[in-house]
Ligand binder design. Sequence first.
Ligand SMILES: *Cc1c(COP(=O)(O)O)cnc(C)c1O
Length: 383
Amino acid sequence: MLPYGRQTIEDDDIAAVTAALKADFLTTGPTVEAFERAFAGTVGAPHAAACSNGTAALHLAMLALDVKPGEAVIVPSITFLATANCARYVGADVIFADVDPESGLMTPATLAEAMGRVGDRRLRAVLPVHLRGDACDLPALARLAGEAGAVLVEDAPHAVGTTMNFGDMTEQIGDVRHSAMATFSFHPVKTIATGEGGMVTTGDPRLAERLRLLRSHGMVRPPGREPWWYEMPEPGFNYRLPDILCALGLSQLAKLPRFAARRRALAAAYGEALAPLAPAVRLAARPAWSDPVLHLMVALVDFEGLGRTRLEVVEALKAKGVGTQVHYIPVHRQPYYRNLYGPLDLPGAEAWYARCLSLPLYPGMADDDVGRVAEALRDVLGL
Ligand SMILES: *Cc1c(COP(=O)(O)O)cnc(C)c1O
């Protein structure tokens, strides 16, 4: 069975964890800072703060910005629940932006439309998601957010290793040239894995300091005081990433070039293998500026035109050993958000959801697996 995603853990990863287990610190030790420095260096960010998972990273970003109850945060409806929930954790209101139906991404046009629904709330933050690994139009989103007095926070777990070309400059996801912060997750299906794990990158040293403070109870140790002394100017959380997992993260990060090259090669192979199935099956659209390391290989399938339900196709593919997943159910449709804000018409998100199907993509796939998946899809769809 080919799952839609899977971690790649090798003997040296296990050795790195074993070494951390034998060292003096299981939780806050020297490997935390080493992982942060290495991650910041890899994505080209001035600062990085590790935390317990990608959801905690988003929550910490909202806390670090001091987003307050009743303020507004714009998130795309096609994302994982956590992107929206982080706004609710701090009492802010979620304004769901629509997405481009071909790429699944928030665009300047869908952001502008969502801004028109903010009402008299204060818009504090805009959270674009680099869905699948393709980069959003960050300069344009940043300009719009800036004009509205809001801060851009990228939810970037899908896009570790993705580069972008705006003008003649090559930029990297996570380098935070256009945003205040970018958040990451090291969940097993993501590009590098620590099991649970997260990171926030930022160019602002004060935000970096606040993120570190808030991830560890809000405790500060003022210099010149007694060795046991600590103070808490404001309450924080226990959102630390333990040394053990940072050791795994460091080991995984060293493999990013290999993982990224493998994902790029598999994505190119999918491009060729699925081309004959068009127009019934097409890959999600890649924006011109984006050179992605894809986290998800999303095919857009015209289930309706083919007279097949997605469930039939998913089950038939499973019977052929091909695992799939759906990314994502529009978050604005979730019972909690529907009860809170009422029904919302986001046609791009609905069109994306109606057709999306994530196919297997992970570095451990064999060369002929892509062909197998394409063949299975062709069979099952009768193409
Ligand atoms: C995985 C993911 C998260 C949450 O990360 P966890 O580490 O699972 O908490 C948030 N946003 C997006 C877009 C994700 O893919």
